[in-house]
Design a protein around this ligand. Structure first.
Ligand SMILES: Cc1ncc(C[n+]2csc(CCOP(=O)(O)OP(=O)(O)O)c2C)c(N)n1
Length: 607
């Protein structure tokens, strides 16, 4: 492989992390999908002959698997999005105490601006919380280099290392210089050492002290690490920037002195002091929380930061330029030679000027999405629906309007149980996807069976993790590397959890689905309904010929519009079906009371 390796390649940040892991000799890579981290393991499949690659059922399992592998001396990476680190926080906190043998890098991808997330979190808190070092690449080259560096640091200092990417770094591409794969020359095998690997209180107290000692050593190492550097220029203003914020600073303030931090936690205090003493004013530019600014201030260094730089949403060079225009005393023009001033300094253009005239396009379920059938059925009943995160989250919006809460993965089931226990007068339905069920739904189901709850739980099983781009999971019968494997059955698991009423429905058949739901809701027992229909975007299957509206029969009652299918168009007077979008699922035909919808050939019959 190395002989034919090109020296340079255009790689996204995520691809570069995968490449870095391979170069550093990683042999075990685990993770759970989540934007913007998903493509790391997908890109690693390129190296599947050299690595054990696994989608885990959730992030906690992913980290525990990697932790076990790292204790045998193997180098490992784990990937997840920011909220995934909440799920993996439990093993992380104590893995910090026990430490590792082989290098272990936990890649966490934050999503400032919530391009694809339910919240905005700054994972740097976790580095401080767990007392582990964190590296923050600013581009694809650093994504590769810091993955390698992180694995080296992890082994050298016997600590898990967090590598924090953000959407911008993960999804932007840059030219990356590649290197060969170097697998450390060591025998894999766990060596018993209970004082080190068994954190019972008597051992954990000693570990706690060693974590403090390790932090001091790591701090000293960060002071001189090439991941941190000072770029002296105009001494009137010194900017301290972390991760991708560095790129924006270089664009907007090319003349300023910059302390670029790629390894900011634990904070390199001496370096921060050296830099601050060499400039007249200090500005801290960081995305999301003011963690660095607070620390700089705690060192007695006067600085500006959150008072000027927004702490919510994603930063950009134009956003930064706009705020710096308001910086008292120092204007970007005094730092940037006018000839080099980016346009952003001269005028603040709208973020996407070309998009200004386009009509808003709220997200909707795809044509022929199986989730639509279950939402249609739910629409017939006065129930509360505790939902979850996945494509079916879209059921919260018009015209479906059939999902009432979302919290976090797995909560669709447990919140339903909580509502019934609290005495909610209506029947409560909990809804989760198949991937979400395996991720963190099963324990909620156990709770319902064990504590005699009675919500109706629907698992919308579209045979894939659709929302994040069709990743496999324990129910699909395929591994990340594409190998066939056993297929966990949701209904078997539900029965094993103690659920008595377990049924499977075909959500494309609206009447039977509605009747099954009615039966479940009319009983006062707990039910588990598996609504099984494969995501047509994953199977690439056409479900039937496109449907057509017979304008002579159509009364414009708009029953079909309530399905929220993007293939059904209404111009204010006439309903039509876009045959380029229609995938032939026939749900519109089933709901049409006038039998005006049928095959494009003109035949109108019940599906
Ligand atoms: C803790 C956590 N990890 C990962 C994600 C990213 N994510 C959002 S929904 C989802 C799963 C979607 O799959 P599924 O439940 O099968 O529903 P579908 O989208 O297929 O309808 C994932 C992985 C997340 N939001 N939270």
């Amino acid at each position: 492989m190395t002989g034919s390796t090109p020296a340079r390649e255009l790689l996204s940040g995520n691809q570069a992390i995968a490449r870095g892991a391979w170069q550093a000799g990683v042999t075990v890579a685990t993770g759970y999908p989540g934007t913007p981290s998903t493509e790391i393991l997908e890109a690693a499949t390129r190296f599947k002959d050299d690595l054990c690659l696994e989608w885990s059922p959730n992030e906690k399992v992913a980290l525990e698997v990697a932790a076990g592998a790292a204790l045998t001396g193997a180098r490992c990476i784990v990937t997840m999005k920011h909220v995934g680190l909440n799920v993996a926080a439990d093993p992380l906190m104590t893995l910090s105490y026990t430490g590792v043998v082989g290098g272990l890098v936990i890649v966490v991808a934050d999503d400032p601006g919530m391009h694809s997330s339910q919240n905005e979190q700054d994972s740097r808190h976790f580095a401080r919380f767990a007392k582990v070092p964190m590296l923050e690449p600013a581009d694809s080259q650093e994504a590769l280099d810091f993955t390698v560096l992180g694995l080296e640091l992890s082994e050298k200092f016997r600590t898990p290392v967090l590598l924090r990417s953000t959407t911008r770094v993960s999804h932007s591409s840059g030219i990356v210089t590649l290197g060969p794969r170097k697998v450390p020359d060591r025998k894999i095998g766990f060596e018993k050492d209970i004082a080190r690997f068994v954190p019972v209180p008597a051992h954990a107290r000693g570990m706690r002290l060693r974590v403090e000692e390790r932090t001091a050593i790591l701090r000293a190492a960060a002071e001189s690490s090439p991941a941190n550097r000072i770029e002296w220029a105009d001494r009137g203003l010194g900017v301290i920037a972390e991760g991708v914020a560095y790129q924006y600073v270089k664009e907007v303030l090319p003349g300023a002195s910059v302390l670029k931090l790629g390894w900011a936690i634990p904070f390199p205090d001496a370096l921060l002091r050296t830099f601050a003493s060499g400039v007249a004013r200090v500005l801290v530019v960081e995305e999301l929380d003011g963690i660095l600014e607070e620390h700089v201030r705690s060192l007695g260094i006067a600085c500006e930061g959150r008072s000027l730089v927004p702490g919510m949403g994603e930063l950009s060079s134009s956003r930064l330029a706009a705020v710096l225009r308001g910086m008292p005393g120092i204007t970007p023009a005094s730092i940037v030679p006018p000839s080099e001033q980016p346009a952003a300094l001269v005028a603040q253009p709208p973020a996407h000027p070309e998009a200004a005239d386009l009509p808003a396009r709220p997200p909707v379920l795809c044509p022929s999405c199986p989730h639509r059938g279950i939402f249609h059925a739910l629409g017939k009943f006065d129930v509360v629906v505790t939902g979850d995160i996945g494509c079916y989250s879209l059921g919260a919006f018009a015209p479906l309007n059939r999902l009432d809460t979302i919290l976090c993965m797995g909560a669709g089931i447990s919140m339903a149980h909580g509502m019934t226990k609290a005495g909610e007068p209506r029947r409560v339905v909990g809804m989760v996807g198949d991937s979400t069920f395996f991720h963190s739904g099963i324990t909620g189901l156990l709770d319902i069976a064990y504590n005699k709850g009675n919500p109706v739980i629907i698992v919308v099983d579209n045979r894939t993790t659709a929302m994040t781009g069709h990743q496999d999971h324990p129910g699909t019968g395929r591994t990340l590397a594409g190998a066939e494997t056993g297929e966990a059955k949701i209904e078997d698991i539900a029965r094993a959890c103690g659920m008595k009423n377990v049924v499977v429905v075909n959500p494309y058949h609206l009447k039977p689905t509605t009747e099954t739901l009615r039966k479940a809701l009319e009983s006062d027992e707990a039910w588990l309904i598996v609504s099984r229909g494969a995501c047509p975007l994953a199977t690439h299957e056409r479900l039937g010929p496109p449907r057509k509206v017979d304008q002579d029969l159509c009364t414009v009652c708009k029953a079909c519009l309530k399905l929220g299918c993007p293939a059904i168009e209404f111009d204010g007077a006439k309903v039509t079906i876009n045959d380029l979008l229609c995938n032939g699922c026939s749900m519109c035909q089933q709901v049409c009371p006038s039998k005006a919808i049928g095959l494009a050939s003109g035949e109108c019959r019940d599906a």
